[in-house]
Design a protein around this ligand. Sequence first.
Ligand code: FE
Length: 248
Amino acid sequence: ILAAIFFPTRALSKFYVTVFMNLCNWRGPAFREENAVNEHHHSHDHDHTEPPSDLVLRVQALESLLIEKGLVEPTTIDVLIDTYETKVGPRNGANVVARAWGDSEFKEWLLRDATAAIASLGYTGRQGEHMKVVENTPTVHNLVVCTLCSCYPWPVLGLPPVWYKSAPYRARAVADPRGVLEEFGTELADDLEIRVWDSTSEMRYLVLPERPEGTEGWSAADLAELVTRNAMIGVEKAKTPVNIGRNR
Ligand code: FE
């Protein structure tokens, strides 16, 4: 416009407009980079309206609100998360299972009163107040789910994996447990009974897997290496000595 006013000749004004636009573009890289970042964000193959991102946003909103209203300290949240991510985890459960494999008296106690037997090893706390241990045998395989939400025995297994909280697992563990187990690579004999346990806030379940063959005389620490989180949820079996490269 300025070019057109000061240099009325049409061709000349066009020239100045071009110069003006190029000058504007000169400070463009930052803007273009910003655009590139946006494009990058939106080229992900996930849908932004998927429940997980929505859930993450809601959690963040809730967290900021709680902090803003002074109901929680940010450091408290960090300590809680750190505790369950790094200090409490499936190793606790593995120690419980290994102890039961090597100590029949403890195993009997564990099956009768899991909460007390587990607490005797020092594993207590939130989401572990009411525990039940279910034993896999040559004729019965147990599988744990929370059909309603994500109830899980924190003191022995830590925080639940994402798939455990997912709607497909929660629905299919009940409707088609054998199919779910197959997807985890767990194939069971056709005549094996599968029992599905629905965790609630009143009762959390832990599967006691079958002790693998070829582990006679192993220490509790060695046995614990065979016990995975998935085996204690019941979607897999315990590892074998061969699986961990100890075939002797
Ligand atoms: Fe739940």
